[in-house]
Write a protein that binds this ligand. Structure first.
Ligand SMILES: Nc1nc2c(ncn2[C@@H]2O[C@H](COP(=O)(O)OP(=O)(O)OP(=O)(O)O)[C@@H](O)[C@H]2O)c(=O)[nH]1
Ligand SMILES: [Mg+2]
Length: 296
C-alpha cells in the first residue's frame, strides 16, 4: 500500500514555515531569512516517509495585506491550503501572540481540514511558557495533534513527519522518488538570488525588489550561464544594491552563484543586472514569472 497527500504549511510571516518545509524535505528547497515576508509564492517541497509521499506546500506568511503584492501573497497562502489533507499551523513560540498571528488564526479556525498545531522555535523558549501557549491555541484551533519543534535544530521534526505521513490517504505517489520540489531550476535560481537580497540588504530594500531569471545557457563544458535581473523601484536604491565600487552586488552575486551551483550540482556563471522599474509590483507578467496570481 502507498499513500500520497497534500500538507499545507501556514503561519504568520517569519514563523519558520520555509525552514520547516526544508527540514521535512531533508534538503533546502525554500529560501529563508530573518526578515518577515521572505516567501512570496507557493512552493512545493516533496518528502517521503515510509510508504507515504507528501507534497508540502510552503506558503507566504499570512497578515493583513495592503500593497497589491502583499494581497497576492496572502491570496496564494490561502489557495495553498485548498485541497490539503492536513493543515499545519506554524506558530513562532518565541514571540507573544497578538495581532501578528490573529489573521492566520482566524482564517485557519474557519477551515474544515484537519489541523496539526506546530509550536516552532522551542529552542528559544522556556518549557513552562510553551504549555500555556499550547493550551490557548489548541482551545481555538482544535488540532488533532500538537508538536513542539525546532525547525533549525530538527528537534521534534521526525515525529511530526511520521504523524503527517500516517495521516495521508491511500494512493499512488505522484512524483519520482528523487524529486524534491515542483519549482523549475530557473525559479529556484531567482529565489536563491532573492534570498541574498534579504540577507544582505537592509530595512525596506528587499521588499522593494524582485529577481527574474532572464536567460539561461547550458554551456558545452557542463556549466550554466545564468542572467538575472534585480528589479528595484527607485534610482536612489541602485547605489545601495550595487555598493561602493560594486562591492555589494559582487557579494550578492558570489553568494547566490555558490547557492545556485550547489542546487544544480554544476558550475554556474551568474550575471546580475540591476534595473529600476517603479512599477514592477504592478506588472502582471512578473507575477506570473514568480508564480503568483494577480490580485485585484
Ligand atoms: N531559533 C530558531 N530560529 C528559527 C527556527 N525556525 C526558523 N527560524 C528562523 O526564523 C527566521 C524565519 O524563518 P523562515 O523559515 O524564513 O520563516 P517563514 O515562516 O518561512 O517566513 P516568511 O516566508 O517570511 O513568511 C529565520 O531566521 C530562521 O532561521 C527555529 O526553530 N529556531
Ligand atoms: Mg517562508
Amino acid at each position: 500500500m502507498s499513500r500520497f497527500g497534500l500538507v499545507a504549511v501556514l503561519g504568520a510571516p517569519n514563523a519558520g514555515k520555509s525552514t520547516l518545509v526544508n527540514a521535512l524535505v531533508g534538503q533546502k528547497v525554500a529560501i529563508v531569512s530573518p526578515k518577515a515576508q521572505t516567501t512570496r509564492a507557493r512552493l512545493m517541497g516533496i518528502a517521503i516517509e515510509g510508504d507515504a509521499q507528501m507534497l508540502l506546500v510552503d506558503t507566504p506568511g499570512i497578515f493583513a495585506p495592503s500593497r497589491r503584492l502583499d494581497r497576492a501573497m496572502v491570496k496564494a497562502a490561502w489557495e495553498g491550503a485548498d485541497d490539503a489533507d492536513r493543515l499545519v499551523a506554524v506558530i513562532d513560540s518565541s514571540v507573544s501572540l497578538g495581532a501578528k498571528v490573529e489573521q492566520m488564526l482566524e482564517g485557519v479556525e474557519k477551515r474544515s481540514e484537519p489541523k496539526v498545531l506546530v509550536l516552532n522555535k522551542v529552542d528559544l523558549v522556556a518549557k513552562h511558557k510553551l504549555l500555556d501557549l499550547a493550551q490557548s491555541l489548541s482551545d481555538r484551533l482544535q488540532p488533532e495533534a500538537i508538536f513542539f519543534i525546532s525547525a533549525t535544530t530538527g528537534d521534534g521534526v521526525a515525529d511530526l513527519k511520521v504523524h503527517l505521513a500516517a495521516a495521508m490517504p491511500e494512493g499512488p505517489w505522484h512524483f519520482p522518488e528523487d524529486q524534491l520540489t515542483d519549482a523549475t531550476d530557473r525559479m529556484v535560481a531567482a529565489e536563491l538570488t532573492r534570498e541574498q537580497l534579504y540577507l544582505q540588504l537592509h530595512k525596506e530594500l528587499p521588499y522593494a525588489s524582485a529577481v527574474e531569471t532572464e536567460k539561461w545557457e547550458d554551456r558545452p563544458d557542463g556549466s550554466a550561464a545564468i542572467h538575472q535581473q534585480i528589479l528595484i523601484e527607485r534610482d536612489s536604491q541602485k547605489g545601495i544594491v550595487v555598493g561602493k565600487g560594486g562591492a555589494r552586488l559582487k557579494a550578492i552575486g558570489q553568494a547566490a552563484r555558490e547557492a545556485i551551483a550547489e542546487h544544480l550540482g554544476r558550475k554556474v556563471h551568474l550575471y546580475l543586472h540591476v534595473k529600476v522599474n517603479p512599477r514592477w509590483a504592478e506588472d502582471r507578467g512578473l507575477y506570473e514569472d514568480i508564480g503568483l496570481d494577480w490580485a485585484d
